[in-house]
Write a protein that binds this ligand. Structure first.
Ligand SMILES: *Cc1c(COP(=O)(O)O)cnc(C)c1O
Length: 487
């Protein structure tokens, strides 16, 4: 090598080494990061659930990677102002819109540990421990559901990818070829989550026949109507391929009649996919087990630990009653991976999911479950069911409020019905006022042309005092509405 090339090596090495902080720097960085974390958690109880008046994070755009570097302190200050403040405060217990996420701090420490060691969790050969940890978590969830021991699954980034994985597994198992798609039938509730529409499209099944199964007054799929549709389709020579049921819809939290759907699926040889992204972890409670009876009949099932297990975003799960079906759908061959084939007969996540390299998701789930133990998670889950019952009873007492059906799980729908006012407009107005104030965040939906507000109670930081504040603010803004439009 020539002298000038050697010089390049020396210089680049010198500069590259800045990526590894010295022990003193680590000390300082750790302190600054933890101070920031603790500061965030300390001020959280006083923070609102929604900020519409704190800008829209535009300041972050002044700091692209190719602009001047920042000190860590400065970077954290920008993070606080531009990212952690504007918009929906998902860490707040006052977040009762959409489906709240979690963010138990122990999970964050798990992420830190996972990222520092950076174990390769996609392949058993590379990190048998990380893969076994994920397997242990999947098997625990499978036991919680009531699945047999040959069930398997995978930790995904969220419910959408988990649903897609389930749909592809069902497609592969039923060997649906392109020419057969127009004769292939999908049965689902009109309240099926939209990510499943996406999943069917991504999986190339957009041209399959879609049947919307009618709902009963509790917004649950009507099993008899479903069976009748399947019977007719079969007679007509179509292929009744898959039933998508929800163990808690996003709209109203309704649980489809899973037990009956399971029997129908079995009788007609139809795949039963259960989207339990919102409701699945209520299986940790006796009340939830009752509400979700029959869930174990599903061939494939989606859970969202970042919802019902109170983890931070980025944690979904797909479970399949027979792991081999998942394996068949996602198995691969690659010359350059030949020395990475499961030495102990343990399947790698890469062989049962669309991902190869993946975030070591197991640790953010395993650490909090092991360090806190299961008991507080179960209690938190049960608390949410009772908070929803409480909210339902109390909100129905507020004059001018009409409630939907009693909650199956932890979502309550309600709307404004007042003399001389259009209920949709009045409900929208209440929503806007609550949102401008931002102390409690609800979201709205439209059911058969009617606007409803949803209280989705699932944050681990939502307790009775949070719900009481929500009730008080609803009553306040409702009273304020016709006479005091300035509010
Ligand atoms: C949240 C949710 C999804 C989508 O999951 P993501 O984690 O947001 O991708 C799917 N189905 C239901 C019922 C949900 O509540």
């Amino acid at each position: 090598m020539e002298e000038k090339d050697k010089r390049v090596l020396r210089e680049t090495e010198q500069e590259a080494k800045q990526l590894e902080p010295s022990p003193e720097e680590r000390e300082r960085i750790g302190r600054e990061v933890l101070d920031h974390v603790n500061g965030f958690l300390e001020k959280l109880p006083e923070q609102k659930a929604y900020y519409s008046d704190q800008g829209s994070g535009e300041g972050i755009e002044e700091h692209p990677p190719d602009s001047a570097p920042l000190s860590l302190k400065e970077a954290l200050r920008i993070l606080d102002k531009e990212v952690d403040t504007p918009g929906l405060n998902a860490a707040s217990g006052g977040h009762m819109g959409y489906v709240p996420g979690g963010g138990v701090p122990m999970s964050g420490y798990g992420d830190l540990l996972a990222a520092i060691a950076n174990r390769y969790a996609g392949v058993y050969f590379a990190s048998p421990g990380a893969v076994r940890m994920e397997r242990t978590l999947v098997k625990w969830m499978a036991r919680m559901i009531g699945y047999p021991s040959h069930a398997g699954g995978n930790l995904s980034s969220g419910g959408s990818i988990a649903n897609l994985t389930g749909i592809v597994t069902a497609r592969e198992h039923h060997k649906i070829r392109a020419v057969e798609i127009p004769d292939t039938v999908i049965y689902a509730s009109p309240h099926m989550h939209h990510c499943l529409d996406k999943a069917f499209r991504i999986a190339g099944l957009q041209e399959a026949v879609r049947r919307e199964v009618p709902l009963d007054e509790y917004h649950r799929m009507r099993a008899e109507a479903l069976e009748e549709m399947i019977r007719r389709d079969k007679e007509a020579g179509l292929n009744p391929w898959i039933i998508v049921a929800s163990a808690g819809t996003t709209d109203t939290g309704a649980v489809d009649p899973l037990e009956k759907i399971g029997s129908i699926a079995q009788e007609y040889g139809t795949w039963f996919h259960c989207d339990a992204a919102y409701g699945g972890f209520f299986m940790l409670t006796e009340e939830g087990k009752k509400a979700l009876r029959g869930i174990e009949e599903a061939d494939s099932l989606v859970l969202d630990p970042h919802k019902g297990l109170f983890l931070p975003y980025g944690s979904g799960a797909i479970l399949v009653r027979d792991q081999e079906k998942l394996h068949q759908a996602f198995t691969y061959e690659a010359n350059y991976m030949k020395d990475a084939k499961d030495p102990d007969g343990i399947l790698s996540p890469a062989e049962i999911s669309p991902e190869l390299t993946k975030h070591f998701r197991g640790l953010r789930m395993w650490l909090p479950l092991k360090v806190h133990g299961l008991a507080p998670f179960k209690a938190c889950s049960r608390e949410k069911l009772y908070l929803a019952r409480y909210f339902y009873e109390e909100v129905s007492r507020i004059p001018g409020i009409e409630v939907g059906p009693a909650p199956d799980l932890s979502i309550v729908i309600f709307r404004v019905v007042q003399e001389g006012r259009d209920p949709n407009e009045a409900t929208e107005q209440l929503n806007t006022r609550l949102r401008q104030e931002g102390r409690i965040f609800f979201s709205s939906t439209t059911l058969d042309g009617e606007v409803w507000l949803r209280a989705a109670i699932l944050s681990f930081r939502t307790h009775k005092d949070t719900v009481d504040l929500g009730l008080e603010r609803i009553a306040f803004h409702l009273q304020a509405s016709p006479e005091r439009p300035e509010l």
